[in-house]
Design a binder for this molecule. Structure first.
Ligand SMILES: *Cc1c(COP(=O)(O)O)cnc(C)c1O
Length: 385
């Protein structure tokens, strides 16, 4: 009997065997994955559901694992989700964790609001602690040390290899938020860190149009725990977003050196400006973290801070409001330059941050640095007046 039109409209879906070989993976959208026979439905070795394993997320995972030098890499729907997902995968009630006080602010929010409710205790530590002083904070319950270098907003460096080695010797895990290094200018796993996290939203995406995060490890048990947690929690990443990230990743190695060079040019110009007290940028020779940065990193991105000479909030906001080329907005790592005032965020830290003047953070995009310097020059002139 011929099929009814209502039925015919639901048939004739695309068959993979007719795919042409394009340069890029297909954006294979799918929740349901069809299996060849009934027995395959419950075969864990097969792709049975579109949560993981579709074409573009798998291609991205493979490419990022290569970048991180990792055997295991999990994708998350945002950078913050990579941090929270990795922590949820490895922690249990009763654990204690040590978190650097200069960590990305929403990381702290998760520790204080969520981990605390599930019986995980967080202690915030000074990024300036020596590895020995940091290890002295460990108790028998310390399960993990969270690092971020350079620190968010204040750009302190940490002795990552020494901390990782001491933690490994004690059986304590280490997790680093490596968004600034972008997986390109710093390789955490090669320096002994257990888990390398990135907000791909920043430089890998590179165009300020997509959220995603990754967590990479060479520990097979932790790799499995992270993969399992995706299913336990119910997260997945969109194949369209994975495609967008893969597109960004192709030019990461072209874009980052441009951000680095322009960032340093602007930073050096700011160092000599009379309205500026100091520039917080580990690639500057004058920076207290320079020696560590030079030893461990192979480059710098376009994100840094500057402390102004004392000025009122009103004067600082007027300066920012009058910048033409710098957008006022959170996030960074895109092709566009951005600026934010940081003082409201510093108030949430455990250890007091006393700077001699207002703190700004700049992201130097792919515009010509001369234009950015001219824009900052007219903005800073307004600050004085
Ligand atoms: C932006 C950012 C994140 C979070 O990324 P989202 O994709 O916005 O969730 C994490 N860590 C650092 C250092 C960041 O700058």
């Amino acid at each position: 009997m011929p099929l009814d039109e209502q039925t015919r409209l639901t048939r004739n879906s695309f068959q993979a065997s007719s795919l042409g070989r394009t340069v890029n993976p297909p954006i294979q959208r799918g929740s349901t994955v069809l299996l060849p026979d009934a027995a395959s439905l419950y075969d864990d070795d097969q792709l049975t559901y579109g949560i993981t394993g579709l074409a573009s997320p798998t291609a991205l995972q493979t490419a990022l694992a290569e970048l991180e030098g990792a055997e295991h890499l999990t994708l998350y729907p945002s950078g913050l989700a990579a941090i929270t997902g990795a922590l949820l995968a490895v922690l249990k009630a009763g654990d204690e964790i040590l978190v650097v006080d200069s960590a990305y602010k929403p990381t702290r929010r998760f520790c204080d609001r969520v981990l605390a409710r599930f019986g995980v205790t967080t202690t915030y530590y000074d990024p300036a602690l020596t590895p020995d002083a940091l290890m002295a904070l460990c108790t028998p319950r310390t399960r993990l040390i969270l690092l971020e270098a350079p620190g968010s907003l204040t750009f302190e460096m940490q002795d990552i290899p020494a901390i990782a080695a001491a933690a490994n010797a004690r059986g304590v895990l280490t997790l680093i938020d490596n968004t600034w290094g972008a997986g390109y200018y710093f390789k955490p796993l090669a320096h002994g860190v257990t888990l390398s996290i990135q907000a791909l939203t920043k430089y890998v995406g590179g165009h300020s149009d997509c959220f995603m995060g990754s967590a990479a490890t060479n520990d097979p048990a932790i790799g499995q725990q992270m993969a399992d947690a995706m299913w336990d929690i119910g997260w997945s990443v969109s194949p369209d977003d994975a495609y967008t990230m893969l597109r960004g990743l192709r030019t990461l190695a072209i874009r980052l050196p441009r951000h680095q060079a322009a960032g340093l040019e602007v930073a050096r110009w700011l160092q000599d400006h009379p309205a500026v007290s100091r520039v917080l940028h580990p690639a500057l020779e004058s920076d207290p973290g320079h020696a560590l940065w030079k030893r461990d990193f192979t480059g710098a991105c376009g994100l840094f801070g500057l402390v102004l000479k004392p000025a009122s909030d009103g004067a600082v906001y007027a300066m920012l409001d009058n910048l033409d080329l710098f957008g006022l907005g959170f996030s960074w790592g895109g092709y566009e330059s951005l600026a934010i005032p940081c003082d409201p965020q510093l108030k949430t830290r455990t250890l007091p941050v006393s700077l001699e003047g207002p703190l700004l953070r700049l992201h130097i995009g792919l515009e010509h640095p001369s234009d950015l310097i001219a824009d900052l020059d007219q903005g800073l002139a307004r600050l004085k007046g």
